[in-house]
Design a protein around this ligand. Structure first.
Ligand code: GLN
Length: 496
């Protein structure tokens, strides 16, 4: 079997035992990138030279008798919002074109330390604002299941890279669903850890009270291995939590649900949901029951207000975070010809450097925070946030995990929602509550919708610091489905 078809855990074991070299594994993935990425556009930057160099150093360490970690020598692609000191970092924006950060994000640094080989940086919606990767300043990424469709967003380059076997692992960030939704629509696994469980240091900020780095992989165990490799307290991030990383790898290996109480969120379903998505979701719930879980319906009434609250809070924080892109400190500078004031240069730079969705968010956020409107908009949204956290708390008194479809529809055609922001925002209907409350949540594949043959994701939500439950239930569902399907949902990237 080709090296690009193996799981990260398998590759790590082969490299550690010396059966294959890290250089061979890296080269196989670089070849795959060269073969398919001209059609997929998952990568904004491919770091072939430095990847091979990192791989050589892993091989040298093994040859010197060093014991390697489980993911040493395994290739990874990073969403282009994580700073990387030896490569460009654009956040998918023209305003950061040519920016080379002088330092590594904690996530990047920890994974380098663990011996993972960085293949390159992946495409995304500009500043992670979007659900389709169409808002990138560098062209859309395509879904490996159907090249005319979106791979989800904002981490669409990362989902497409893994789903098209260009990388066994990738990183993403989830502010409102940007890991779980792309994972769902490309038929892979994506996890949003508990807020504060993975460091934001060196992550280009979108909405700081929500931004959460997390893993993508083609199976639950690989996602858990990656999760464990970059998580844990970081003194460089003031909102990083001190608690131990939950035992996610152990939970992924265990993968059982016997005796577990599973709550089906009553509010997610009905109008706007694709029938094939609902059908696959119901089958997943039946499957959980047949595996010994106790399934009950749970009502979380405030979840209905999560989407509007998010679209006040996230743009408010973004309007503040993006103030730093002023043409003075990073990347692009427009109109600096000696005749203009600094203020004029800033205005010209921001007008030319930001795309339309980013401008929309800055305007929305500035308005929501302005005096006279602050209480009505931002203040009310924060109150909704508290209600959502309380609904979760009440639910987790009754059940161990909550489940829902990850996203109301399968991957939509490129261009279909580009001019309709509301339709685009609805892609995150089911994922946003976990962001507002800071909970852990994962998306795992649960089948193909009958209308279009495209993947559907099951979302499993757990309490704050209950990340291990997501992996435990996710692994159980994965195993049961694979027995039924005769292997993983994603067998080949169907349209490549
Ligand atoms: N699609 C949502 C948005 O546009 C979520 C994005 C994200 O999680 N980064 O804001």
């Amino acid at each position: 079997m080709s090296l690009t078809r193996k799981t990260a855990a398998e590759l790590g074991a082969l490299i550690a035992s010396g059966e294959v070299s890290a250089v061979e594994v890296t080269q196989a993935h670089l070849d795959r990138v060269a073969e398919v990425d001209p059609r997929v556009n998952a990568f904004l930057h491919v770091a072939a030279e430095s990847a091979l160099e990192q791989a050589r150093s892993v091989d040298a360490r093994r040859a010197a008798g060093e014991e390697l970690g489980p993911l040493a020598g395994v290739p990874i692609a990073h969403k282009d919002v994580f700073t990387t000191k030896d490569m460009p970092t654009t956040a998918g924006s023209k305003i950061l074109e040519g920016y080379r950060p002088p330092y590594d994000a904690t996530v990047t640094a920890r994974l380098r330390e663990a011996g993972l080989v960085i293949l390159g940086k992946t495409n995304l919606d500009e500043f992670a604002m979007g659900s389709s990767t169409e808002n990138s300043a560098y062209g859309p990424t395509r879904n490996p299941w159907d090249l005319d469709r979106i791979p989800g967003g904002s981490s669409g380059g990362s989902s497409a890279a893994v789903a098209s076997y260009q990388a066994p692992l990738s990183t993403g960030t989830d502010t409102g669903g940007s890991i779980r939704q792309p994972a769902a629509v490309t038929g892979i696994v994506g996890m949003k850890p508990t807020y504060g469980g993975s460091s934001r240091y060196g992550l280009i900020a979108f909405a700081s009270s929500l931004d959460t780095p997390g893993p993508f992989a083609r199976n639950v165990l690989d996602a858990a291995l990656l999760h464990e490799a970059f998580s844990g307290h970081d003194v460089m991030d003031s909102t990083s939590i001190h608690e131990e990383v939950p035992p996610v790898v152990e939970a992924a290996r265990r993968g059982d649900v016997a005796g577990l109480r599973v709550g089906v969120v009553k509010e997610f379903g009905g109008e706007g949901y694709q029938p094939g998505v609902i059908n696959r979701f119901r089958e997943a719930v039946d499957l959980l029951e047949s595996l010994g879980a106790k399934v009950v319906e749970v009502s979380c009434p405030s979840f209905t207000y999560a989407l509007p609250a998010y679209y006040l809070i996230a743009p408010s924080e973004a309007s503040s975070n993006l103030a730093r892109f002023d043409g003075m400190r990073y990347g692009l500078r427009v109109g600096d010809d000696g005749t203009r004031s600094a203020e004029e240069v800033m205005a010209l730079t921001r007008a030319a450097g930001f795309g339309p969705e980013v401008k929309r968010r800055i305007m929305l956020g500035t308005y929501a925070l302005s005096s006279g409107y602050y209480d009505a908009y931002y203040g009310s949204a924060q109150k909704v946030r508290t209600l959502i956290a309380r609904d979760f708390e009440a639910a987790f008194h009754q059940v161990d995990v909550l489940v829902s479809p990850t996203t109301p529809t399968t991957a939509f055609p490129i261009g279909e929602r580009a001019d309709d922001p509301m339709a685009m925002y609805l892609a995150d209907l089911c994922t946003i509550p976990a962001n507002l409350a800071g909970n852990a949540a994962i998306s795992v594949p649960c089948g193909l919708a009958e209308e279009d043959g495209l993947p559907v994701g099951l979302q499993i939500m757990a309490p704050v610091l209950g990340d291990d439950r997501c992996y435990r239930v996710g692994a159980a569902v994965e195993k049961a489905f694979e027995d039924r399907w005769g292997g993983p949902l994603l067998k080949e990237a169907p349209s490549l």
